[in-house]
Design a protein around this ligand. Structure first.
Ligand code: COA
Length: 278
């Protein structure tokens, strides 16, 4: 790989149990191109998804964009970005046969399919594939200077990283149509009121707020967290009555886990729960 398009750092979580818990922070690192996702970015993200899935110590993933660099003298200061989309330069003179294999095995689905919680920490532009990457995460925390949108219509395209589907399920049909059909920019305030993001915070507090949330989640039982994510996810796929049955079955099965016994007795004894993760 010619440049390190994704910087990965695993941060230990104090007080996690079982011990050794860590939050994996992935930084999209093409700030000169507003962290646009190119083929290498997809490969790197997919590799990390495989690694994180097989590493019991990783309790949560945070995805962010690298901040803009200070320009050389006379150079233009780039704006902050989570990711300004798929790398448009890779689209030129490509036909469907060229792009199909790539889009059939992409980073958005790899992130979406992780069994562990994922948080998008958005500061600046999250457009097109950038919004879609944020939508592939479970939770979105954005700075007050963030902008979302699906501008693909302006390129003669539509969202191809799950945007039409995940956005519609998240914020509903009418608002999704407006965003996809106009390709317009969505301010952080509008992203909050429409439900695209969970929270907006002043940009200087973004990292602290996001990491506090990641730590909070990482201190729960990793086993129960996986079940909880699976159960909520089921609501997207299953008819309501089947979803209720699925949830009940997951809930009942937890009564055979050691972590249920630990959680309940810790509450009754007013002690901290030391999870076993099973
Ligand atoms: N793919 C490839 N390169 C991109 C990009 C993308 N999606 N988004 C931004 N860039 C590059 C620009 O080409 C530019 O590169 P350069 O400095 O080498 O010329 C650099 O990032 C900075 O972008 P620029 O357009 O100069 O910044 P700006 O502040 O004037 O505008 C945006 C910011 C986000 C409004 C604008 O870059 C934009 O509209 N980007 C495309 C968004 C998009 O359509 N995404 C969906 C893709 S499917």
């Amino acid at each position: 790989m010619s440049e390190e398009v994704l910087i990965v750092a695993d941060h230990p979580v104090e007080g996690s149990s079982p011990k050794g818990g860590a939050i994996s922070i992935w930084t999209l690192n093409r700030p000169d191109k507003l962290n646009a996702l190119n083929s290498d970015s997809h490969i790197a993200i997919k590799e990390q998804c495989l690694r994180v899935e097989s590493d019991d110590n990783i309790r949560c993933v945070v995805i962010r964009g690298a901040p803009p660099q200070i320009p050389e003298e006379g150079g233009k200061q780039k704006p902050p970005a989570f990711a300004a989309g798929a790398d448009i330069s890779e689209f030129l003179e490509k036909g469907s046969d060229d792009v199909r294999p790539f889009f059939e095995d992409n980073a958005w689905e790899a992130v979406w399919n992780l069994s562990k919680p994922t948080i998008a920490m958005v500061d600046g532009f999250a457009l097109g594939g950038g919004t879609e990457l944020a939508l592939s995460c479970d939770i979105r925390i954005a700075s007050d200077r963030s902008t979302f949108g699906q501008p693909e219509i302006n390129l003669g395209l539509i969202p191809g990283g799950g945007g039409t589907q995940r956005l519609c399920r998240l914020i509903g049909y009418g608002k999704t149509m407006e965003i996809v059909l106009t390709g317009g920019m969505v301010s952080s305030d509008e992203a909050l009121s429409s439900g695209i993001v969970n929270r907006i915070v002043p940009f200087r507090e973004l990292e602290e707020v996001t990491m506090n949330l990641a730590v909070e989640i990482s201190r729960k039982s990793p086993y129960t967290i996986r079940v909880a994510k699976r159960a909520v996810r089921g609501a997207l796929d299953l008819p309501f009555s089947e979803g209720i049955l699925m949830e009940r079955s997951e809930f009942v099965a937890l009564f055979d886990t050691e972590d249920k016994e630990i959680g309940v007795s810790s509450f009754l004894n007013r002690t901290d729960a030391n999870w076993l993760g099973r």
